[in-house]
Design a binder for this molecule. Sequence first.
Ligand code: SF4
Length: 167
Amino acid sequence: MKSVSTGRINATIFYAYQVCPREAWFYFHHINPAQDHELLDLGRIVHEFSYQRDRKEIFVDNLLKIDLLRGELVAEVKRTSRHINAARLQLAYYLCYLKHEKGLEFDGVLLFPKERKTERVKLTPELEGEVEGLMKEMMPVLLAEEPPQVRKIKYCKSCSFNELCWG
Ligand code: SF4
């Protein structure tokens, strides 16, 4: 992989795309959910109260927001492990970006404080290939003038765009 830089795909968009491409399209086009949505609040609380001693948010090129560095590990904090594969790929995206854009090689760790669960993520060639494939797939979808068709999935119930899609 030569570069993972595509200008405007930030971490939120990258993660959202794997759960629902329509949600990612909204973020890409700066259509944001109501800020008082209860799950956004819950997400903030988990972020505010977890790992306070070693937490340090690091912004990279206005695209990535690294939750904290734990020793030599880039850590990503998630409210739930329900979308663990999306979380794994999001973290792999961070690791790819740091490697190819900044010349920094790290391993990563996913932290699920509410579930007292962690998972180490190593940037293998296979994982890099998956990130690259996903980037190629998502660009035409995100650049389209219209969002992807609305499609009922389990996540719709708790999605902060629920009103917009189904209201
Ligand atoms: S409500 Fe459902 S279809 Fe709409 S953005 Fe959210 S997950 Fe996607």
